[in-house]
Ligand binder design. Structure first.
Ligand code: A2P
Length: 341
């Protein structure tokens, strides 16, 4: 792949758009943790939080207003401030010569925009030479394709049936506050209204993430199905049910996979043990399997409960768990930025 960013020994000017949000904050942390070569960090948000401060490498940095910010001279911008903000501002950053890595769904399905998971399809990044906007897939899609791609390389996958158990952090800071408040109120015997979610999330399970489409699927389900095909191949059949559960961090997925060639649970375990970004935890004898509570705060995609589906030839069940804010969003974005270097 030809070079994206010229070598800058002094480091790069990196903007984080949505720096005060749940994902933006984690982007800043991961840039620090992975010692990304940052010459200058530029935190951006709405006028509501312009003037507040974030800490980067133990220094306070003032948050600026995205609306009035001039992107000239920025090398890389990590966007996580919602779809409409990305639609409005990502082109202006790209036109100024900056590479935009966008965590929203605004650009993901554009034909000329790369949708990248570094362990899975780094070659797709080549497209970014043209338009400089790169899309980060949906959190549930990322963790699923990291686990499925190494299996697909050994035996082509024909069909995937996935049900998700998604944490509230995927819906941002207000959503996390809503789960915390509702839990407290209900434990005190008081009532509370749902504001962020379509129904009460505390002590509940909601089979709706995002809005419904005409075909009865939700937009989140449609994203998972379309994005998986864009990343792994258009002839893959994927169907999804996406569900919100009262968990703060960590998405879990029950995935049933059918292969067009021989595949067994034993072989899948061997393949996944060697796969980049994957950790297998799968020991029924000691009741060991991936848990959202243990995946939270970690980088890998955790896979367990790997077993043959005896009702269907060459089919498996997998349980796939990852920290949705890290691998599902901020970490994947920073890994894409690393590929640009
Ligand atoms: P702000 O703090 O100014 O509202 P979360 O997903 O956790 O709710 O975070 C959303 C992030 O996106 C926040 O940093 C928020 O900034 C930012 N944001 C939301 N709307 C805009 C906008 N119109 N322009 C710039 N940043 C925005």
């Amino acid at each position: 792949m030809s070079e994206f960013l010229a070598n800058k020994p002094e480091g790069y000017r990196v903007a984080v758009v949505g720096a005060t949000g749940a994902v933006g904050e984690t982007m800043l942390e991961i840039l620090e943790e992975r010692e990304f070569p940052v010459a200058e960090i530029v935190p951006l948000a709405s006028s509501r939080s312009a003037g507040s401060k974030i800490t980067f490498h133990e220094r306070d940095v003032v948050v600026q207003d995205l609306e009035t910010f001039n992107p000239e001279g920025i090398d890389i911008a990590l966007f996580s401030a919602g779809g409409s903000t990305s639609l409005q501002h990502a082109p202006r950053f790209a036109e100024a010569g900056c590479y935009v890595i966008d965590n929203s769904s605004a650009w993901r399905m554009h034909d000329d925009v790369a949708l990248v998971v570094p362990e899975v399809n780094p070659q797709a990044l080549a497209m970014a030479h043209e338009n400089r906007i790169i899309a980060n897939p949906n959190c549930s899609t990322i963790q699923m394709v990291v686990a499925l791609k190494p299996l697909h390389d050994v035996a082509p996958i024909e069909r995937v049936v996935v049900s998700t158990y998604q944490a509230v952090s995927g819906a941002g800071r207000k959503a996390m506050d809503e789960l915390a408040h509702q839990t407290r109120y209900l434990l005190c015997g008081e009532t509370c209204d749902a504001e962020v979610f379509p129904a009460r999330i505390a002590f509940n399970v909601i089979p709706q993430i995002d809005v419904f489409m005409d075909d009865g699927y939700t937009k989140e389900e449609r994203k998972m199905m379309d994005e998986t095909r864009k990343i792994m191949g258009a002839d893959l059949a994927v169907t999804a049910t996406t569900v919100r559960v009262p968990v703060f961090y960590g998405h879990s997925e029950s995935v049933n996979v059918s292969f067009a060639a021989p595949m067994t649970a034993a072989r899948a375990r061997e393949v996944l043990a060697e796969a980049p970004g994957v950790c297998v935890v799968d020991d029924p004898a000691s009741e060991d399997y991936p848990l959202a509570s243990e995946a939270a705060g970690t980088d890998p995609v955790w896979v367990g409960r790997i077993r043959d589906d005896d009702t269907c030839i060459n089919s498996l069940h997998l349980w796939i768990v990852a920290d949705n804010v890290r691998k599902g969003a901020a970490l994947n974005a920073v890994q894409i930025a690393e590929l640009l270097l």
